[in-house]
Design a protein around this ligand. Structure first.
Ligand code: ZN
Length: 168
């Protein structure tokens, strides 16, 4: 059975920056494989395209340029915010505003957005709302472990259910 739309695919991979010798960004191993329903639009299209048609046991390696993954790093989504925006009951939680911390905030529509603390100055807190992988060329190597048909329920829900129909 081949990887494609409405298949549940289990795979392991290493994600590196730029190429096979690049810095390791993420490693997914056999004891906890990546299991995903393909064709529902929740994965990078370039990632699905690269895996489409592979069968269980197949190895893969491919790159995805930043422009086709999480986009180029955009300086327009770096903002300096007033420290008061981080206060709860007038107090900033100790350790919250450390450089490199990821903080979930809300956009104008109330949707959660993750930002990373770049700097804390007298003017405020410099927050970067780029995706952490923005501007990075991705390189995947890995192996397909299993391909199965999704159940009607999984397709209706748009996600994978566990072996006992467990819902996360
Ligand atoms: Zn469900």
């Amino acid at each position: 059975m081949k990887v494609g739309s409405n298949k549940v695919v289990s795979l392991i991979y290493e994600l590196r920056e730029d190429d096979a010798n690049g810095d390791l960004i993420q490693k997914v191993e056999k004891d906890s494989p990546f299991v995903h329903l393909f064709g529902v639009g929740s994965l990078l299209p370039a990632f699905e395209n690269a895996l489409e048609g592979l069968e269980a046991g197949a190895s893969f390696s491919f790159g995805i340029p930043a422009a086709e993954s999480y986009g180029e790093h955009n300086p327009e989504v770096i903002y300096t915010l007033e420290k008061s925006m981080f206060e709860i009951d007038g107090v900033v939680e100790e350790g919250l505003l450390e450089i490199g911390n990821q903080i979930t905030m809300q956009d104008q529509d109330g949707n959660p957005v993750d930002g990373i603390v770049l700097d804390v100055t007298d003017e405020g807190v410099v927050m970067d709302f780029n995706h952490p992988l923005a501007g990075i060329n991705l390189y995947f190597t890995g192996k397909i472990l299993e391909v199965r048909d999704a159940t009607a329920e999984e397709i209706a829900h748009g996600h994978v259910h566990g072996p006992h129909g467990h819902h996360h």
